[in-house]
Design a protein around this ligand. Structure first.
Ligand SMILES: [Zn+2]
Length: 144
């Protein structure tokens, strides 16, 4: 898929797409966008990826964030089974949205997604979800 294809998908959802997130922010920290993308409501900021399939998977993950937010699919915080449940949900929804566009991912890319999801869990800080929820998160993300 080209950036024009991704732009067309974003247009359909009325999402602002930044193929290079660095250009959309003032004084970007160059490290922030290495292998990392962001979304905020109805806006997607893509990072830099050596692997184009990871970039595509990251795009659909961010799209998953936007769509779950826009369609009110994220439960209120109190109803989330664990702190980073919306993160798992964005992977699941993103992979579903990709499939709707005929895009599937290699096991290597999905393993990378698992690693990305894992990074939100279990370093012991209060902001982080305890590690015991990780299996549930993989299940909720469709990344078992
Ligand atoms: Zn995310």
């Amino acid at each position: 898929m080209t950036d024009s294809d991704l732009q067309a998908i974003c247009d359909r959802w009325d999402i602002t797409f930044h193929p290079d997130g660095r250009e959309a922010v003032t004084n970007p920290d160059p490290q922030v966008f290495v292998e990392r993308s962001f979304s905020a409501g109805d806006e997607i900021f893509m990072g830099q990826y050596a692997d184009p399939e990871r970039r595509l998977l990251a795009f659909f993950h961010e799209l998953g964030h936007c769509v779950t937010w826009m369609q009110n699919e994220i439960p209120v915080f109190e109803a989330c089974p664990y702190y980073h449940y919306p993160e798992a949900l964005a992977w699941k929804r993103g992979i579903e949205l990709a499939a709707e566009h005929g895009v599937t991912f290699t096991p290597e890319s999905l393993a990378w997604a698992r690693k990305e999801l894992t990074s939100y869990f279990g370093d012991g800080s209060p902001e982080k979800t305890p590690l015991r929820f990780l299996e549930a998160a993989f299940r909720d993300a469709g990344l078992e």
